[in-house]
Design a protein around this ligand. Sequence first.
Ligand code: TYC
Length: 102
Amino acid sequence: MAIQPDNGVELEKSTTQVKPPPLYKVLLLNDDFTPMDFVIVVLQQFFAMDRERATRVMLKVHTEGKGVCGVFPKDIASTKVAQVMDFSRQHQHPLQCVMEES
Ligand code: TYC
């Protein structure tokens, strides 16, 4: 199938399939030292969760070892990871935040 622009040039329509950009899960990892209330604040502040949802996610991480905070395009996921890691370091907590392709 060809497209005919008004300048007379014929353009071949591309048949290349473009995939949607990959999405990344942002996860929190459990540790023995970060206070539960601090994790709840992180989830509220950086992932826009209300206190109830943040508490549920925090408890999932606490009991299962890890939990998903959200799913984002790569650049947003990596910004979230950096923000959470900086914030945790500033407060001298060892909280770990990682991303993985989903
Ligand atoms: N396990 C921590 C505690 O008992 C709480 C905690 C939850 C730490 C989630 C990190 O990602 C985390 N204080």
